[in-house]
Design a protein around this ligand. Structure first.
Ligand code: ZN
Length: 380
């Protein structure tokens, strides 16, 4: 077998991220594999352990078969991967508003926003989209923790275009500009955020709405519903709720005919009470239907894993990405909480098709929420 094939095996191993026996073991390639798998670990505080995940029957069979068919080769040890994975741990959905020159309760300076991103990255957090989170479609490296970013209100400083030599360019100090620059230098951080816009002029440059929307959806970002003109949905009639949410969807479709708006951030975090809450989930206005698979509150806590028995995508809490008046529940408060209590956060096993959890979490899983994925439990 050529070295090229060995390397393919390693790439395959990285993408699958589960215990696999390499067909033709070679010590130097094991070193490379180990180096690849320490990428996330070296950035965070996660310690790798081995030999305490039980391999599934299929993997055991593969190992036996290999040992029978390669009698002339040296003994091939199984590579067992465990980064203290806990895919039933908590996930932060960060809530941002403005990016501006002066730090305020609802405004982050460009410098502070860059710092947030750098700190998240260095601690092993990786961006995923809200819909990937809700759909339990989390594809990040083993040992890393997913984080979701959201921006409310469709402000100019979230996505500002500036002219340079007659060409529109993304302002490097707006949210999208900062995210894009970081992504260029650190592809493995991921590229995702959901922008909750209202009308009539999302991002405040009327002639550029379509261009900005298209850029977002073509580059991993999402656009969400934040009502038509930002009333409290708890203080208007249910007919007006339908109108506010239906008009937002109709307006977004006007710019992006094929894009489906699937999530809502409640303006002021408010909604009709009791059974009337259904009106923020689905409804229609003048023939335009809306259906939200996720509804975001203002909140102050990390959200549950999508496999948790109490996970409710229609009432998701968010963590305020701020350092002012956070009452101990801002981004840095939770980052330090997870530093002290790493077993509370979601830690990926690196395999999108397998949900790996310690045995203490097994009772907190709703098996219907696995969506056909294999559940792997290890003793802890
Ligand atoms: Zn708002």
């Amino acid at each position: 077998m050529s070295n090229f094939l060995y390397f393919s095996d390693i790439i395959n191993l990285c993408s699958i991220g589960r215990g696999i026996v390499m067909k033709k073991f070679h010590f130097s390639f094991l070193i490379i594999v180990l180096l690849l798998f320490t990428a996330c670990q070296s950035n965070g505080t996660i310690q790798a352990k081995s030999n305490n995940i039980s391999t599934n029957p299929e993997e055991g069979k593969t190992q036996d078969e290999n040992s029978n068919t390669t009698t002339n080769e040296p003994t091939k040890p199984a590579i067992v991967i465990d980064k203290d994975a806990n895919e039933n741990g908590k996930v932060m959905i960060l809530m941002y508003h403005g990016i501006g020159e002066v730090e305020k309760e609802w405004v982050r300076t460009p410098e502070n926003f860059r710092r947030d991103i750098e700190v998240l990255y260095s601690k092993g957090y990786r961006l995923i989209s809200l819909m990937d989170y809700v759909n339990n479609n989390i594809k990040i490296e083993a040992g890393c923790t997913p984080v979701v970013m959201t921006f409310d209100d469709g402000l100019l400083n979230q996505f500002n275009m500036i002219q340079e030599d007659g060409i529109n360019k993304i302002d490097p100090n707006c949210a999208v500009g900062i995210l894009e620059d970081f992504y260029k230098a650190h592809n493995d951080f991921g590229r995702a955020a959901t922008f909750y816009v209202y009308y009539p002029i999302p991002f405040r440059q009327k002639e550029l709405i379509k261009e900005k929307f298209e850029f977002l959806i073509n580059n991993g970002y999402e656009i969400g519903n934040h009502s038509y003109d930002h009333p409290s949905l708890g203080k208007i009639t249910l007919e007006e709720v339908n109108k506010q949410l239906g008009m937002n969807v109709k307006s977004t479709k006007g710019y992006l005919p094929n894009f489906v708006v699937e999530s809502l951030a409640l303006p002021f975090g408010e909604a009709p009470k009791g059974d009337s809450y259904n009106h923020v989930v689905s409804g229609s206005y003048e023939g335009v239907e809306y259906l939200n698979k996720a509804v975001l509150k203002v909140g102050s806590n990390p959200a549950l894993s999508p496999t948790n028995k109490d996970f409710d995508p229609l009432k998701l809490p968010r963590v305020r990405a701020s350092e002012l008046n956070t009452a101990g529940t801002g981004i840095y408060d939770w980052l330090s909480y997870f530093e002290k209590n790493p077993e509370k956060k979601y830690i990926s096993d690196g395999s999108p098709d397998i949900v790996t959890v310690p045995s203490v979490e097994e009772a907190n899983i709703d098996k219907d929420k696995l969506l056909g994925k294999e559940l792997r439990v290890y003793n802890k």
